[in-house]
Design a protein around this ligand. Structure first.
Ligand SMILES: [Zn+2]
Ligand SMILES: [Zn+2]
Length: 73
C-alpha cells in the first residue's frame, strides 16, 4: 500500500510509529478508517491481535480492508 503526504503528495516513508515525509520533514501517524463510510474506526486490541470496529453500522472490519490515512501528530 502506498501512502502519500497529504500536504505535498509525495510518497511517505514507513516508520515504526507511522509514516514520514522526507519532503516536508513531517511525521504522521496512521489512522484506521472504514472503507465504507471513511470514518475513523475503533481499534480493539486483544491478545496481540488488533480488530477494527466501525461504529456507524459496518461492524468489524478486516485489517486487509481498513484504509490507513496519514494524520499529523
Ligand atoms: Zn510532504
Ligand atoms: Zn463504516
Amino acid at each position: 500500500m502506498e501512502l502519500k503526504c497529504p500536504d505535498c503528495g509525495k510518497p511517505l516513508a514507513a516508520t515504526e510509529s507511522g509514516a514520514h515525509c522526507e519532503n516536508c520533514h513531517q511525521d504522521f501517524t496512521l489512522e484506521a478508517r472504514c472503507p465504507e463510510c471513511h470514518k475513523p474506526l475503533e481499534v480493539l486490541k486483544a491478545c496481540g491481535a488488533v480488530d477494527y470496529f466501525c461504529q456507524n453500522g459496518h461492524g468489524l472490519i478486516s485489517s486487509k480492508r481498513v484504509e490507513f490515512v496519514p494524520v499529523t501528530r
